[in-house]
Design a protein around this ligand. Sequence first.
Ligand SMILES: [Zn+2]
Ligand SMILES: [Zn+2]
Length: 119
Amino acid sequence: MGSQVIAACKCGANAIILIGGGMLNFMETCYFPCMCKGCHEVVQVNLLAKETRCPECRARNPIPYDDPGLQGTPGHHHVVEWRMTDQLDRDLVLTDGKYMCPKCGKMSLEFRDSGLCWD
Ligand SMILES: [Zn+2]
Ligand SMILES: [Zn+2]
């Protein structure tokens, strides 16, 4: 069962992103927030797609937000933890720390659980 996070920054950047996959498609679908350098947005990308692309501007290889290069201040708690060791050789984790905002370029983007679960 997937969950949903809200990404927000002081500059006004704001996105609602689904995490993970549903009951029926978890083998080929794993949504995760990524930074698109094409349109400067936090976008929802299926990391299990053969070719990852921004859903908005179709730019290739948006950067998943568990990339160390996008992490500023480390958080104390996991907001999201999604086991993908079989498919991606890693677990996808988002913490309550600070991340790079695609709009203003500062390490001031934060993720929080929206409370929604989906399947
Ligand atoms: Zn884009
Ligand atoms: Zn910002």
